[in-house]
Design a protein around this ligand. Structure first.
Ligand code: CA
Length: 367
């Protein structure tokens, strides 16, 4: 019986190989027939998010589960939230050094090490999620991103997007640029640099400290993410003026990072599973953010004390001017930053021209 069974299996195996070899769609890559399906991989993934953080940490965990399901258990990824294995902001280094195989975060967290990485997460007045996906997947953005991470032996993939963020919570109205002068606001990165140029006082605070600082008036304002995460953090209890749009983070791309050597050790089918699972989760996280934000916005509107305002046009125009100034200064200091900035701008101009007569023109119609 056993012998018969083995012969039958061998025969079927040969038949499959023969059929595969005859299929013109499948002959290009000999590695697909040489897959050792008995080998299982156990990987670690670290993230920059707090344990259980909705959408972002949950999305990273769903991504790992999808890979396990699609690979029939051949690739098992154990996901650790920030601080569970290593501090959140050491994610990039841990992947780079191969301490772990994978990471999830956002490229602007490594701005101190790689300033031009910020273009692959978000920059003030930059592209929204649609433009970023078009640039990264089809406009040469991802190739540039891989070049930028190559010296660190890290391979990046887009894996999620926050959508357009909110401008933040303020303890007073912002009617002109004068109202920003001397204002202490938690606003990180390039947005913070622009805010400082406008006369504000940017403060760096971890997410866990934001609520208490605002509630105790240690800061006058804070940005966080969008209605859903902001409401969960209770920020509406600490300040009542909620401003839009999030000019400083118009569509923050989240990233999957993979150690180059770990990636190279995988058979082609598992590599394909990872890259397709990453693309699927990229869509899923954005759509989840959009749905949760629209529903939380409704709830916030019903809270009697919350006042939702748009930043005045002249404030936005001034912040935009100061953003251009800031980006030009960074580019003058760093040729790599300049190179990526120019590529980003070239794509962005085309994207704006097309968006003006497609999405923007359509959305401007009174409905
Ligand atoms: Ca933010």
């Amino acid at each position: 019986m056993v012998i018969h069974h083995s012969i039958r299996t061998l025969f079927l195996g040969l038949l499959v190989l023969t059929l595969t070899a005859c299929d013109p769609e499948n002959v290009t890559d000999s590695a697909t027939t040489a897959v050792d399906t008995s080998k299982t991989y156990h990987w670690k993934m670290v993230t920059t998010w707090p344990p259980g953080f909705p959408v972002l940490q949950e999305g990273a965990e769903r991504f790992a589960q999808n890979i396990k399901n699609m690979s029939n258990g051949r690739l098992n990824i154990k996901v650790y939230a920030g601080g569970e294995l290593i501090p959140p902001l050491q994610t990039f280094d841990a992947v780079s050094q191969g301490t772990v195989e994978m990471g999830h975060g956002s490229a602007y967290y490594w701005a101190g090490k790689v300033p031009e990485a910020q273009f692959f997460s978000t920059v003030p007045f930059g592209m929204t999620a649609r433009g970023m996906n078009a640039w990264l997947y089809d406009g040469g953005g991802l190739e540039l991103w891989r070049e930028v991470y190559q010296p660190f032996h890290v391979i990046p993939f887009p894996l999620g997007n926050t959508g357009v963020q909110m401008g933040g919570w303020f303890n007073k109205e912002i009617n002109s640029l004068d109202d920003i002068k001397g204002l202490k606001m938690r606003i990180p990165g390039l947005g913070g640099k622009v805010f400082a140029k406008a006369g504000g006082n940017p403060v760096l605070l971890a997410g866990s400290e934001v609520y208490t600082a605002l509630e105790r008036n240690t800061i006058d304002a804070t940005e966080w993410i969008g209605p859903y995460h902001d409401q969960r953090l209770g920020l509406y209890r600490a300040a009542k003026h909620y401003y839009y749009p999030g000019w400083h983070e118009p569509g923050t791309v989240l990233e999957l990072t993979i150690n180059q050597r770990a990636w190279a050790s995988l058979p082609k089918d598992l590599q394909a599973i990872i890259s397709n699972a990453a693309m699927a989760e990229n869509v899923r996280m954005l759509s989840e953010m959009e749905q949760k934000n629209m529903s939380a916005l409704q709830e916030l509107k019903e809270r009697p004390k919350v006042k939702i305002h748009r930043f005045p046009d002249d404030v936005l125009a001034k912040l935009k001017m100061l953003t251009d100034e800031t980006l030009a200064e960074e580019a003058a200091k760093n040729p790599e930053f300049k190179r990526i900035y120019e590529a980003y701008q070239a794509f962005r101009q085309q994207n704006d021209a097309w968006s003006d007569i497609s999405e923007n023109a359509y959305l401007a119609i009174e409905k």
